[in-house]
Design a protein around this ligand. Structure first.
Ligand code: HEC
Ligand code: HEC
Length: 252
């Protein structure tokens, strides 16, 4: 009788472990991009406060495996199925958008990255993502790249500028405004004000190729990169359109 009871308990606890095991492996992430999470964006802004708190979270929960510098050179790799990732090289096995990184930290992986959903609320999870952004490679350009500024292959014409205008209205107007003055309500949300594109003062250089680079690669200060969204050709049409916004629009 006793033995039977014992067996029953073992069976029950085995069953529970299996159920728990299954639900964990269902939620833990597989390598590769994770579309459902890609569109999630942080509700916190990238202020010092969130970065500082993210650093505290990181120091408390993550350094044992990923190291103080986030490069993953710790002994923990020996005890896990995979070495802890280098979180500073800009390469993301599980997808690199804010939403993908946040949910990865929340749900963990099958190869040793623990799930933190029990220890941390969503705010903490976003804070640590903000901190990770500060130890990775700097996105975007931070000064004019005159040397590798390409030549504009599309000669200015009203047709090209017209195409550029339509693309501008779709992708740029929200921040830079109808007339390109940058005086939009986005000023309240972005740490850096969208540039005035009409005054012929170009922080990142006034050559067509330099303006092209800024649109394609973005800047470190809140100008997004459009490399994924717009073909080179389309970006050149936009450059041609921007020329019409200044005080000395080109003639056809
Ligand atoms: C017990 C050790 C351990 C701890 C603690 C740990 N990690 Fe990990 N982490 C890993 C391992 C191992 C991997 C690689 C897993 C894999 O390849 O599936 C990983 C992978 C990751 C990845 C995926 C990187 C990529 O290339 O997509 C992120 C992001 C991450 N960790 C962030 C964190 C954060 C943030 C914390 C703290 C909240 C943390 N980790 C705590 C072991 C750990
Ligand atoms: C989310 C808001 C946002 C959107 C959308 C956006 N920009 Fe910007 N843009 C900015 C901000 C902010 C800056 C200032 C960045 C800086 O100083 O580093 C900027 C700067 C620029 C600059 C640099 C100006 C200079 O002085 O060198 C150019 C050119 C530019 N944007 C063009 C565009 C074009 C073209 C589009 C559409 C394809 C676009 N932007 C879409 C926010 C935006």
């Amino acid at each position: 009788m006793r033995v039977r009871n014992h067996i029953r308990i073992v069976t029950i606890s085995l069953a529970t472990t299996m159920v728990v095991g299954i639900s964990i492996s269902e939620e833990a992430r597989k390598p590769g991009p994770h579309p459902p999470a890609q569109s999630l964006t942080s509700p916190l802004d990238m202020s010092d406060g969130s970065v500082r708190q993210g650093k505290q979270v990181f120091t408390r929960y993550c350094v044992t495996c990923h190291g103080m510098d986030g490069k993953g050179h710790t002994d923990m790799g020996d005890t896990l199925k995979a070495p802890p990732s280098d979180l500073t090289n800009g390469e993301w096995k599980y997808g690199g958008t804010d939403g993908e990184v946040m949910t990865l930290v929340r749900d963990g992986t099958d190869l040793g990255m623990p799930a933190f959903k029990e220890q941390m609320n969503e705010q903490r999870l976003w804070q640590v993502v903000h901190y990770l952004r500060t130890i990775g490679p700097e996105p975007g350009i931070d000064s004019p790249k005159a040397d590798d500024a390409p030549e504009n292959p599309i000669e200015f014409s009203l047709k090209s500028a017209g195409l550029g205008q339509r693309l501008y209205q779709r992708s740029c107007l929200k921040c830079h405004g109808v007339y390109g003055k940058g005086d939009t309500e986005m000023r309240e949300f972005l740490p850096t004000h969208p540039s005035d594109l009409t005054n012929e003062q170009w922080t990142y250089g006034d050559e067509d190729g330099q303006i092209f680079n800024v649109i394609k690669d973005g800047t470190r200060y809140d100008m997004p990169a459009f490399a994924e969204e717009l073909s080179d050709e389309r970006i050149w049409h936009i450059v041609n359109y921007l020329r019409t916004l200044g005080p000395n629009p080109p003639e056809e």
